[in-house]
Design a protein around this ligand. Structure first.
Ligand SMILES: [Zn+2]
Length: 149
């Protein structure tokens, strides 16, 4: 029988190993998927946009739209609608007029996914959009990425 404290230590070391193994990991994302997510975020601006991301052959190559509730400061996806699909490994959401830094709610939500993208978008003086994005793992640590054509 394993006692609770051992189980806790085991769980912490598994999390730690996962964190170490993630450090040099490069996430591959299809350019067109990111581009579509950027366009959708632009259309929702100044409201938040969110969706899920799915992969095949190690490349994030599709986004999945779910019913969402949007406002200027938050967007929430109803995960009850999430299909039982193991290829869904990521999330995407926009931060209109704020930095691509995860909020407390984001940190909690990120735990469900391996890859989490935050796009911040601002309108510049020419009334065009400026973009900044960051990609995080489930522990809200930044991930390196590679864009695939
Ligand atoms: Zn957020």
């Amino acid at each position: 029988m394993i006692n609770l404290s051992h189980a806790h230590i085991l769980k912490s070391s598994i999390n730690f190993l996962f964190y170490i193994s993630n450090m040099n990991k490069i996430i591959k994302i299809k350019k067109s998927v990111l581009n579509d997510c950027f366009l959708a975020s632009q259309n929702y601006y100044p409201f938040e946009f969110s969706c899920l991301l799915s992969e095949s052959n190690g490349i994030i190559d599709e986004f999945v739209l779910l019913m969402q509730y949007n406002s200027k400061n938050s967007s929430s996806i109803n995960l009850f609608n999430k299909p039982f699909d193991s290829s869904i490994i990521g999330s995407f959401h926009s931060h209109p007029n704020s930095i691509p830094y995860p909020s407390t709610a984001d940190n909690k939500f990120f735990k469900r996914f391996k890859v989490n993208i935050i796009l911040s978008l601002f309108k510049n003086q020419l009334n065009e959009f400026d973009y900044y994005f960051e990609i995080y793992d489930s522990f809200s640590k930044k991930l390196n990425y590679e864009l695939i054509d």
